[in-house]
Design a protein around this ligand. Structure first.
Ligand code: ADE
Length: 239
């Protein structure tokens, strides 16, 4: 079954964009997923097809009208069990867990904002999930939508070969990946860690685990605390 992505945007030409190439592009051609757009402008009002208006209460910027956003949602004609996601820096952070949930469902409908945002009422009335891809502000939701789609598509059945399939595991376990090395064994005076040439698979696995833990502790104290807490709980359960 085809996993369906529907994107509501003022810039339909931005899709599938880079997702038309490489792994996602081949999957798109193979029909493992589809990428449709719904142009918000088509649902704009008046001679200028206005999609936005000034914010009640004053302030800078413009806000996408609820009636315009809703007309686009309805025109997209997507089954009721497809989650509607609005990309915004004030959304819940996108995690691998959320990505897995989307990838396991029938698809997603992504609402891309520009300007200050979208009228709150349409988000509430249509049960829209608000998602952020990180603590920085993009000029619009489109690039965030591409990120979300990339993360989902690579998980669809048949998309990843054995070649690409490894990376998921370490992250879903809650640790960052261990470092990788390939030939030559010596490069610019830098040797590959001895243990990796030992052929001792148990020792290599233990070394990699140690590296993953150290990197996680250094770079991502948030993930590290969560990992430690989980380890503690598992031990408590086992006892
Ligand atoms: N739109 C603008 N910035 C964003 C972000 N960080 N995440 C998701 N959507 C956005």
């Amino acid at each position: 079954m085809t996993w369906r992505a529907t994107v509501l945007t003022l810039f339909p030409e931005m899709f599938p964009g880079p997702l038309g190439l490489s792994l996602a592009g081949r999957a798109l051609e193979a029909g493992l997923w589809s990428c449709r757009t719904e142009d918000l402008r088509q649902h704009g009002l008046g001679r200028h097809r206005a999609v936005d208006d000034t914010p009640f209460g004053g302030g800078a910027g413009m806000v996408i009208r609820p009636d315009v956003a809703d007309a686009a949602i309805k025109a997209a004609d997507v089954p009721a069990d497809v989650p509607v996601v609005y990309l915004t820096p004030r959304g819940r952070p996108l995690t691998q867990q959320t990505v897995r949930r989307y990838a396991q469902g029938p698809g997603v409908m992504l609402l891309c904002g520009r300007f200050e945002g979208v009228d709150e009422r349409v988000l509430q009335a249509r049960g829209v999930e608000e998602v952020s891809i990180g603590d920085y502000v993009l000029s619009g939701g489109e690039t965030a939508a591409l990120v979300l789609l990339d993360a989902c598509v690579r998980l669809l059945p048949g998309v990843m070969g054995s070649e690409e399939s490894g990376v998921e595991e370490s992250f879903s376990e809650g640790l960052l990946e261990y470092p990788h090395y390939t030939r030559p064994a010596m490069w610019e005076g830098r040797a590959v860690p001895e243990i990796l040439l030992s052929g001792n698979h148990a020792a290599i696995a233990a070394w990699r685990r140690g590296q993953a833990e150290e990197t996680t502790r250094e770079r991502r104290p948030d993930l590290w605390s969560a990992w430690l807490a989980r380890k503690e709980t598992n031990r408590a359960v086992a006892v």
